[in-house]
Design a protein around this ligand. Structure first.
Ligand SMILES: Nc1ncnc2c1ncn2[C@@H]1O[C@H](COP(=O)(O)OP(=O)(O)OP(=O)(O)O)[C@@H](O)[C@H]1O
Ligand SMILES: [Mg+2]
Length: 368
């Protein structure tokens, strides 16, 4: 999958952008606050209809402007496409594929895919479980429609059940609805658990290989999927076996849930335990190790996606190499060959010389 060109009008600090890209490697060069990350953001937005950094489309429209437009020519699935997004204050956004309004955000986001790495992704290693679950969910929703449906279903029943548990003392009759929501959570939950266990296994295979390379063979990255304790072996148990385990677990904790007024356990608490050479990365990894591990996860996602789609997604690397020593940098750069890459770096970096490819210089929202 590759972007051939991009246009943007009144998007962030770009008033009128037109750019053609190299099919392999594009280095986006510029000083701080010139528009490097904004350019990656536009490419990401056109791949899935949302920004990687904000929830509100309004922020994407240039200060003082009424509307923003982004449009890209893409080659994917052996065919050319155009994708276009139009954002306006006080109006619904419009997403178009080949000039025709997309039926849904889902349809829009099937044209091409991106894997985006930014310094915020260090949180995957450093922060709490919610970020890692989001990483799993984002990747799996793209890969598997059945997973996306199960996730939506699980979240709906989780919210209903949470509301019942919160309010039941004023309305004991609410409790009558619980068995139905429990049954839904068990059914959808088993799909989530089974799919996440498989994905985590492949993630570990690929990510450990990248991390091993980057560290010159000195570091072993391990990723273990953790879920409801009653599910003993999610990788090898069938979905039905997982359902039975969840059911029994829920029944055993029913009294505790009523007392706590919360959904106590379930895949909404899942996590990935990440360790380097047997020690928990969250607590013990250095800055460079953290960055290597986070990047390894993202590059693993890219490989898994390429296995499924038969093509590499577009890789967007924002400010990725600072804090890595030259050896690690070199391994990373060797690893990203294959699909199309966009990589930002600061003016005095030695990166462009190492990478080759096309250099795009950004200054105050314009390409030089
Ligand atoms: N809606 C907007 N309208 C106009 N300008 C905006 C808008 N949103 C952000 N900007 C500006 O765009 C500029 C460039 O942002 P960007 O994040 O792309 O910088 P960068 O080149 O990646 O810098 P750094 O090297 O510091 O990461 C910032 O100065 C920011 O204030
Ligand atoms: Mg930036």
């Amino acid at each position: 999958m590759r972007l051939e060109h991009l246009e943007a009008e009144y998007f962030r600090n770009y008033q009128a952008l037109r750019a053609d890209f190299d099919p392999q490697c594009n280095v986006i060069l510029g000083e701080n606050a010139q528009g490097k990350t904004n350019l990656l953001e536009a490419i990401f937005y056109l791949s899935c209809g949302r920004s990687p950094r904000t929830r509100t489309d309004r922020e994407l429209i240039s200060f003082g402007a009424e509307e923003a437009m982004m449009k890209a020519g893409v080659f994917a699935w052996q065919r050319p496409f155009t994708v276009e997004a139009r954002l306006a204050h006080g109006r619904r956004r419009r997403l178009l594929v080949n000039g025709v309004p997309a039926k849904s955000a889902g349809e829009f986001s099937r044209v091409y895919h991106t894997v985006f790495f930014s310094p915020e992704d260090l949180g995957l290693v450093r922060q709490g479980a919610a970020l890692r679950r989001r990483f799993l969910d984002t990747a799996l929703c793209q890969l598997r429609p059945r997973y996306a449906a199960a996730l939506a279903g699980y979240q709906r029943s989780y919210e209903q059940k949470t509301r019942i548990l919160r309010d039941w003392d004023g309305h004991p009759d609410f409790l009558a609805a619980l068995p139905e929501f429990n049954a839904q959570m068990v059914r959808y939950g088993a799909v989530l658990i089974k799919t996440r266990a498989r994905f985590a296994r492949r993630l570990e295979e690929y990510a450990a290989a990248v991390h091993r390379d980057c560290s010159g063979g000195r570091e072993e990255l391990e990723i273990a999927y953790t879920t409801v304790s009653a599910v003993e072996d999610p990788l090898n148990q069938s979905e039905e076996e997982i359902q039975r385990a969840l059911e029994a677990h829920m029944a055993a904790h029913q009294g505790a849930e009523h007392a706590a007024r919360l959904c106590l356990s379930g895949p909404h608490k899942d996590d990935l335990a990440i360790s380097i050479n047997g020690r928990e990365a969250k607590t013990f990894a250095s800055q460079g190790q953290t960055r290597t591990a986070a990047l390894s996860l993202k590059l693993a996602e890219r490989e898994i996606f390429a296995d499924a789609a038969g093509e590499y997604p577009v890789l967007l690397l924002d400010d990725v190499l600072s804090e890595l020593d030259p050896k690690r940098q070199e391994f990373v750069l060797n690893r990203i060959a294959g699909g199309q890459v966009f990589i930002t770096c600061c003016e005095d970096d030695r990166l462009p010389a190492l990478l080759g490819g096309k250099v795009l210089r950004v200054r105050q929202g314009e390409l030089a």
